[in-house]
Design a protein around this ligand. Sequence first.
Ligand code: AMP
Ligand code: ZN
Length: 140
Amino acid sequence: MKKDDCIFCKIANGEIPSDTVYDDEHFRAILDLSPASKGHTLVLPKEHFDDALSADEMTVGEIFKTAAKIAAAVKKTMDCDGINIVQNNGEAAGQTVHHLHVHIIPRYSSEKEKIVTWVQHESEPAEQKDIAARIAAKLS
Ligand code: AMP
Ligand code: ZN
């Protein structure tokens, strides 16, 4: 289903023009309007899902397969040294457009700044065990 007030629904379904690099029955890949680096590409499903957690299994699986295929073409085209494949869920995780999308970000050895980064903290073994058990329980 499309969502009326969603810009990525309109872009994915060709109602708003975009710099499209790939288009099939279920997905469209476009260049990001404000790229982190040249060739920064977004893969959008044509159906609306807010994020990966609310999308069906097929869509989540296929969007990452599609992203990996497009990333290979981006790497050849841009002649970059690496690629980040990134997907944000929720504002706290940096999501600004609430229509599921996967970022393909070309990376160059010459870059000074890190685009995808986090601070590593020490872990506490007892707490780790407790967290692991609680997550595992939700999956069983
Ligand atoms: P996120 O922060 O993960 O939600 O990523 C949203 C991305 O969409 C950002 O990198 C924006 O630069 C990009 N973006 C927003 N509007 C457009 C648009 N109209 N066309 C292409 N990219 C867009
Ligand atoms: Zn949408």
